[in-house]
Design a binder for this molecule. Structure first.
Ligand code: APR
Length: 320
């Protein structure tokens, strides 16, 4: 059996970390692609040298030509630019739409059977553009956000309760932004839901609300600290979890941005929901019964994703 091939489109902070983690987990051979010639080659060579010390056999290559991603089984996309001072949200969208269109074309030509994970922000809109541009089936193009947002929520809860992160499970619904919906009712410590932990006196509702808010602003908190960039270790690890579930057909149930087809009352849009990730890609959306307040929060989040996608549609038609 030949080794799997993982293509990383964008060899910046997240791209480099993805290559390192994919190597350490021995997921397959790795190719880094970036428009800035030299960077993907340099990072590939550095990690290849690390492989001898760490003891893994992944082959690493770097390139600024799309042909390098030929035949990839998984493509993880981080290409794009981050918002800079003075740049409006629409300026950023305009640039990253063009990047997603170029990347989508490259995927369509070189690896149309790949499972594609988008990380580029604004995530829920960019993954939609990428799916449209690549023409790949919607179940093979997903966005990484929920695993990261849930990881942040889990960490904050584990720290609050002083228990192992392994025993805290949590997930969030909705778009990747401050309208995301951390699902308190379905988040647990060793199977005990958070509302029960409030009753047991482990935490107050007020403190839990503070943790929910911190989760919603988890990305901004790191940007505020780093000042020159955004989070990259945890986003990379989250996408690697999704890639591993696909490559090994683990069928993990992970919150991902997937194209909905009527579930949660949403059609033709990417929204974060729990989904089974296996060899078939996004195999099955888990549709929860939401209560009235969860439904209202999700609708608000879907509304903000729709607003972004509508702006994208306008820009793509040349009428922003
Ligand atoms: N094709 C390929 N790569 C590109 C293109 C393109 N058209 N345009 C830009 N890039 C590359 C840049 O050269 C850079 O190396 O994308 C890389 C982005 O890397 P960073 O700026 O370091 O950003 P990173 O922290 O990795 O985040 C990437 O993920 O979480 C999101 O908001 C984040 O949208 C951002 C993305």
């Amino acid at each position: 059996m030949s080794r799997k091939k993982i293509a990383l489109v964008g060899a910046g902070n997240i791209g480099g970390t993805l290559a390192l983690l994919a190597g350490l987990k021995d997921l397959g051979d790795i190719v880094l692609f970036d428009v800035v010639d030299g960077v993907p080659q340099g990072k590939a060579l550095d990690i290849a040298q690390l492989s001898t010390v760490a003891g893994f056999d992944s082959k690493l290559a770097g390139s600024s030509k799309y042909t390098a991603i030929k035949g990839a089984d998984v493509v993880i996309v981080t290409a794009g630019v981050a918002r800079k001072p003075g740049m409006s949200r629409d300026d950023l969208l305009g640039i990253n739409i063009k990047v997603m269109q170029a990347v989508g074309e490259g995927i369509k030509k070189n690896c149309p059977n790949a499972f594609v994970i988008c990380i580029t922000n604004p995530l829920d809109a960019m993954v939609w553009v990428l799916q449209q541009a690549s023409g790949l089936p919607a179940n093979k193009v997903v966005g990484m956000a929920g695993v990261l947002d849930s990881a942040r929520f889990r960490l904050f809860l584990a720290e609050e309760f002083n228990v192992s992160v392994e025993d805290v499970s949590a997930f969030v619904l909705g778009g990747h932004g401050d309208t995301m919906v951390p699902m308190v009712r379905y988040s647990t410590v060793a199977g005990i839901p958070l509302p029960d932990l409030i009753k047991m006196g482990w935490i107050t509702r007020k403190r839990l609300n503070e943790i929910v808010d911190r989760t919603r602003n988890g990305g901004a908190e790191i940007v505020g600290l780093l000042k020159t960039g955004s989070a990259f270790y945890a986003p990379a690890a989250s996408a690697i979890n999704m890639a591993e579930s696909y490559l090994k057909d683990k069928k993990r149930v992970l919150p991902c941005a997937v194209s909905l087809n009527g579930q949660y009352g949403v059609r033709g849009m990417y929204v974060g929901v729990p989904v089974v990730i296996g060899a078939g890609g996004a195999e099955r959306v888990v549709e929860l019964q939401l209560n009235a307040s969860e439904k209202a929060m999700l609708n608000k989040s879907v509304g903000s994703v729709k607003g972004l996608v509508d702006v994208c549609k306008g820009i793509m038609k040349g009428t922003p």
